[in-house]
Write a protein that binds this ligand. Structure first.
Ligand code: 16G
Ligand code: ZN
Length: 528
């Protein structure tokens, strides 16, 4: 390591005095103007991680659904996964080191992690459409090159596309080609193959309105459109040509306000969906004939997908284990439907994709979704091979199911939840099952629910257990919540400190909206 060069370049990306940041659930996130030093240092860290794993590492510059003025960065591990926890700590240490300590912290990390400094390093970089992202990604590159790392800058990409690139590069192209064309080709081929097998193909199945949150999803969907040819016609709204990123639109807005995004023309019964600012989350919705807004969130997406996969497995006659992974935010009705009607085992983990992803890897087929629309399905390598084999061998009806499964495996982005890929999976399943958006919505009825955020002096006084469903501290809080929950029917409530904002989040559900609202209100008073 040329430590003198690191010191010299680091001074060009000086840390604002007194600023401390933490590598949180989705990396670093804050106002863009405070991030230059973090970007440079994450470039350095990516080189060390690449040397240690002898693999390509990804760096994504984005702040997802946060306001346009914010930005953020996260590292992507070799199999397209989130950064390993020990390295999250190194990231926090390095980002917060004072100028004179940067090289010492770098050396410490290399020693602790037994990094072979002679090893080559390769880093791939992607960024979203924020005005600040281009310059910030240059600072990442500066960090990579000063440590002698090689890099490829993909420029504008959705977050899940960068995860895909990393995964492809570290599996010798077996997962797919590590180019943007490779991504479009893999997904569109699988989609076209899959939908070809549908018996009905009414016009209404094939058009979809997409709110792109004025973000990267719009650019990438436009690029992808001609690959999909006649397979699906998407009409883009909030495509970034007029509005501001994530402002009054996008998946996060729609999910948390439970209303349509601005800038979208909706007619009753039309199928619509929203991406978030970096296109790793998706929710669906429609207006009922009576003009009411109906939200179809990540829970209902997981239900559609796992039901379809289970039906295919039954048809093929393979006894593979399938599991669904949710978080405490999953609507109680979805959990009940999956367990009692579909007889699919459901597991709950802490909030944050890495927890769900990790759990889902335990199953032959693991489907995971957060209620907010972040999720995908994972297939064990051996299962993929077996299905490919069966698709060649089985006779007629079974073979058709095996082929469908083979195609749908290719359609999922198994590196990360992906709005584009999930959208194509959902569209394919709807057409194959001949379901309208209303029929899908009618699988079960969501329990009315309410989320609130509460500002407290120190959110760290709240700690939780049982996948964030129960509070351990402060003493007496859980007992108070239990007593409040007892007052309502079909009720449930929990509190948890946010991993991305300085607030405590409160979730409540009950038999009516008024009751869910008042339970949430009462629980937030108990938090003080
Ligand atoms: C991050 C997570 C998201 C989670 C959210 C919770 C990733 C890529 N993103 O955005 O999955 O739902 O944090 O935020 O893991 P909170 O802790 O503020 O409620
Ligand atoms: Zn996102």
């Amino acid at each position: 390591m040329d430590l003198a060069a690191v010191t010299e370049h680091s001074a060009l990306h000086a840390k604002p005095a007194g600023l401390t940041l933490q590598y949180g659930t989705a990396g670093f996130r804050t106002k863009a103007e405070h991030l230059d030093h973090v970007m440079f240092r994450m470039g350095l860290l990516a080189v060390l991680r690449s040397k240690q794993t002898q693999s390509t590492i990804g760096v994504m510059v984005t702040a997802s659904h946060n306001p346009e003025e914010d930005n953020g960065v996260k590292l992507v591990d070799p199999l397209g996964e989130m950064l390993a926890p020990a390295w999250e700590e190194h990231a926090t240490c390095l980002a917060n080191a004072e100028e004179q300590d940067v090289t010492r912290v770098l050396v410490d990390i290399s020693e602790k992690e037994a990094v072979n400094l002679q090893q080559e390093a390769f880093v791939v970089i992607g960024r979203d459409t924020r005005p600040s992202s281009e310059k910030l990604s240059q600072s990442v590159i500066d960090g990579v090159t000063v440590l002698g790392g090689h890099f490829h800058d993909y420029g504008l990409l959705t977050t899940p596309q960068l995860h895909y690139m990393v995964y492809c590069r570290n599996t010798d192209g077996q997962y797919g080609k590590a180019t943007i064309e490779g991504y479009y080709q893999k997904l569109s081929t699988a989609f076209v193959q899959l939908t070809k097998q549908a018996s009905c193909s009414g016009e209404d199945y094939r058009s979809l309105k997409v709110d792109c949150a004025n973000g990267i999803g719009a650019l990438k969907l436009k690029e992808m459109q001609h690959y999909l040819a006649q397979g699906l016609s998407v009409q883009l709204f909030n495509d970034g040509t007029k509005g501001k990123l994530n402002h009054l639109c996008g998946a996060d807005f729609v999910k948390s306000h439970q209303k349509p995004p601005h800038g979208m023309e909706m007619k009753p019964d039309e199928r619509c969906c929203s991406f978030d600012g970096d296109a790793d989350r998706i929710v669906y919705y429609y207006l009922g004939a009576e003009g009411h807004f109906h939200l179809i969130d990540g829970d209902k997406i997981a239900t559609l997908i796992s039901t379809f996969l289970k039906e295919l497995l039954l048809e093929i006659g393979e006894n593979l284990n399938i599991g669904v992974v949710q978080t405490a935010y999953a609507n109680g009705s979805s959990t009940r439907y999956l367990e009692e009607v579909m007889k699919v085992p459901v597991y709950c983990t802490k909030t944050g994709v890495k927890h769900l992803h990790h759990k889902a890897q335990e199953f032959d087929i693991g489907v995971y979704f957060e209620a907010n629309g972040h999720g995908t399905a994972l297939f064990k390598k051996a299962v993929e091979m077996k299905i490919k084999q069966l698709a060649k061998e089985l006779d007629n009806k079974k073979q058709k199911a095996a082929k469908m499964l083979e195609n749908i495996i290719d359609l999922f982005n198994q590196a990360a939840g992906d709005a584009i890929s999930d959208m194509l999976v959902i569209e394919a399943i709807l057409v194959l099952k001949g379901l309208t958006v209303q029929q899908w919505d009618a699988l079960y009825t969501d329990l009315p629910n309410r989320q609130l955020k509460v500002k407290v002096a120190d959110r760290r006084v709240i700690s939780t257990t049982d996948a964030e469903r129960r509070a351990v501290t402060p003493p007496g809080l859980q007992e108070a919540i239990d007593a409040l929950v007892k007052k309502y029917k079909l009720s449930r409530a929990f509190v948890r400190p946010s991993g991305t904002e300085d607030v405590v989040r409160v979730y409540a559900e009950a038999d009516s909206q008024a009751n869910a609202d008042s339970l949430a209100q009462e629980v937030s008073l108990a938090v003080f």
